[in-house]
Design a binder for this molecule. Structure first.
Ligand code: GAL
Length: 688
């Protein structure tokens, strides 16, 4: 990262960003003028163009047609609307895949995927890379200093469809990656445990991606292939970025996908390469708790941004088109979900997309201008959101502060969910979401952090199912507790090292001493027949033959093989304490446990009534208390200051009407000198 920008700079005048994907190539030029007029009406200040522009601007190899893009760039700039310019490489055009079918991606069974959709390229393809960079060269030379340009948008959602390619070119690159990682075949054989099932390699050329086999594959090979594949697309990002840097001074980013159904990019390793952290998020109605997942994604994105403001690059005004049932948003829902992102640190909100397509597979995806046109609730909501962002402009640069951290890892996700594990019913992201949901229900503000992150500013650290953890990262959690912090660790954590090698001597290997327990065996629980604990609540999916070494039992099994055996424990360790949940607890029980651990750790407990989401941003000597009422009844919250959406003074209590949102700027605190966007650690220390 060399050209770091604050998000508010991207709006052109320090405001919060309000933007969209704009695909003018789908529309007759006569519509463009109206589009820009409406964008101004709504307060749109940043527009992403050329995201899927390749075939439009390079209709044949080496033949470039920029007239339309020139006109759009100029039109936006003349109207004071900034451009977030796509490099255009997200989807290779038909001329490329026809002339070079070898750029197409190959699945694990060795079959090549056809063109005709999008993102049909192998991340390792040198032919794709060469043609893509040639395009980026043209685009960046032409527009690198265009007055409308505010941000470069590399490709689009890198790895959304094509992260794992198993072709021969990828195999070759994978071998190169492995050589760099292991140096020698002996080291690779040891790391992969190839003594098992006669898998020893005697030459590099024998090594393949984990292609489809009759039995299960080698888990470390699969894990390394995940790591390689994430690195490979990051390398592609960096290759495009290098071309942009040569030709332009404008900041560069790409849109991440922190989401429940996308897991192939390790964004902890990607984030340092971005000038601005950008995420795409869509409410996922396939999940049990979509709003908690939204909050989790936003908090994770803030973690990727190191606590600094970030930009929501895509969300939807209403329904998407890719879930089994594409639910539209109800009254006020678009505002509530938008402000959840803002509350959790976004300084900009953008939508996919500006005007709803009339053709193509996304024609039933919502947009800012729906098929119905501007005489629609959607359009009125879009205009209202623009004015809300205007009223909230002073929050730009302010930051969120949390006493609680939750450790989350894409690498663990890859390892945890492999085949041949004790229970296929236990999925990493579900357990992470369950822990986060319990914290969210408790009203606690949470920072999502990477394994190994500095925990010294926190009071409570929650570690759900951290199956794979490196020794040095486990040591950070141990030292945190030793120094007086509290940790809550859930089952199937600390089991393997970075090579997926089990830590012997009893589970949970990396955390045995910290937790003061030793587990002999896992006893997965039938999903239909949960056990009961001695407080009468359920224990689902998992149990263990757990012994106490130094810990005390807090809850024990009342049914099953191990009646009387501890299920939840607490251990005093150094100056702190470490809790263990050895089963899937009911949400209410997990919430109580977390609240108890938080209280003991000195976390100030919130008093938000249920269904009222409350998050505070700080800066400019103020606190900005976001209050999002997800219920159909009015809610009250104790706070004093100025309510920014109604411009009304609040003395002591603010009422948040059913389904509404309020943002209260508290009265300045004399001692508070927080400026906007300060270093996260300084400002966090200030709050403790
Ligand atoms: C994103 C993508 C957009 C659009 C959107 C639909 O994944 O970046 O181009 O397809 O989803 O929800």
């Amino acid at each position: 990262m060399t050209h770091a920008a604050t998000v508010a700079e991207l709006s052109g005048n320090g405001q919060l960003v309000y933007g969209c994907d704009y695909n003018p190539e789908q529309w007759d030029a006569s519509v463009w003028q109206e589009d820009v007029r409406l964008m101004k009406d709504a307060g749109v200040n940043l527009v992403a163009v050329n995201i899927f522009g390749w075939a439009e601007i390079e209709p044949e190899q080496g033949v470039f047609r920029f007239e339309n893009l020139d006109a759009i760039m100029d039109l936006l700039a003349e109207n004071g609307i900034g451009v977030n310019l796509g490099t255009g490489t997200a989807s290779p055009p038909a001329w490329l895949t026809t002339a070079h079918p070898e750029v197409l991606p190959t699945t694990a069974d060795g079959t090549r995927r056809w063109p005709g959709g999008r993102q049909a390229f192998c991340p390792s393809s040198p032919v794709y890379r060469e043609r893509a960079l040639a395009l980026v060269e043209q685009v960046s030379v032409r527009y690198g200093s265009h007055p409308g340009l505010r941000l470069w948008h590399v490709s689009n959602e890198l790895g959304c469809h094509n992260s794992l390619c198993y072709c021969d070119v990828s195999a070759d690159e994978f071998r190169g990656w492995l050589r760099a990682r292991y140096g020698t075949l002996d080291a690779l054989n040891a790391a992969w445990g190839t003594a098992f099932w006669s898998q020893r390699y005697s030459a590099w050329a024998q090594i393949l991606p984990p292609r489809l086999t009759l039995s299960t594959t080698n888990p470390t090979q699969t894990l390394d292939f995940n790591r390689f594949s994430s690195d490979e697309l990051l390398a592609h990002y960096c290759a495009e970025e290098a071309v942009l840097r040569r030709n332009s001074e404008i900041p560069v980013t790409t849109n991440f996908m922190v989401a429940a159904h996308i897991r192939n990019q390790d964004y902890w390793t990607w984030a340092p390469a971005m000038d601005v952290i950008a995420n795409d998020h869509y409410v996922d109605h396939r999940l049990d708790a979509p709003l908690a997942e939204l909050a989790f994604a936003a908090d994770t994105t803030r973690g990727l941004a190191q606590g600094q403001p970030w930009i929501l690059m895509e969300h939807s005004t209403g329904a998407v088109n890719w879930q089994p049932r594409n639910l539209a948003k109800g009254p006020g829902e678009m505002l509530r979900t938008s402000l959840t992102h803002l509350a959790r640190g976004a300084d900009g909100l953008c939508f996919f997309q500006w005007r709803a397509s009339l053709q193509g597979s996304e024609k039933f995806h919502s947009a800012m201008v729906p098929h119905a046109g501007t005489d629609s609730q959607t359009w009125r909501d879009v205009v209202e959101l623009g004015s809300v962002l205007e009223k909230l402009r002073e929050i730009a640069g302010t930051t969120v502060h949390a006493d609680v951290a939750l450790v989350f890892s894409w690498e663990t996700w890859w390892a945890h969910d492999q085949e041949s594990h004790p229970s296929g019913d236990v999925q990493y992201i579900e357990q992470v979401h369950a822990a986060y949901k319990a914290l969210w229900d408790a009203g606690l503000t949470v920072d999502v952090v990477a394994p190994g992150a500095d925990l010294s500013g926190y009071k409570l650290v929650v570690v759900p199912n951290l199956y794979l953890i490196r020794d040095e990262h486990a040591a950070v959690i141990r030292d945190f507790v030793d120094n007086g912090g509290s940790a809550v660790i859930t089952f199937f954590s600390g089991i393997v090292d970075e090579n997926e090698k089990v830590r012997a001597g009893g589970y949970p290997g990396a955390f045995r001493e910290l937790l003061g327990i030793r587990s002999e065996e896992f006893f997965p629980v039938d999903a239909e027949q949960p056990l009961t604990l001695d407080n009468g609540s359920l224990a689902s999916l998992w149990s263990e033959a757990l012994h106490l070494t130094t810990a005390e039992a807090m809850l024990s099994y009342a049914t099953g093989h191990h009646v009387g055996t501890p299920a939840v424990t607490r251990n005093h360790f150094g100056a702190g304490e470490a809790w263990y949940a050895g089963t899937v607890l009911d949400n209410a029980v997990l919430k109580d446990l977390l609240l108890r651990a938080a209280a003991a750790a000195g976390v100030q407990l919130p008093d938000a009534p249920s269904g009222l989401e409350s998050v505070t941003r700080r800066g400019n000597g103020h606190e900005y208390v976001f209050l999002i009422n997800h219920t159909s009844e009015d809610r009250k919250h104790r706070v004093s200051g100025m309510e920014l959406l109604t411009a009304e003074a609040v003395a002591d209590v603010v009422v948040i009407p059913a389904g509404a949102v309020r943002v209260v700027r508290t009265t300045p605190r004399i001692s508070d000198t927080d400026g906007p966007a300060q270093d996260r650690k300084d400002s966090r220390n200030d709050s403790h």
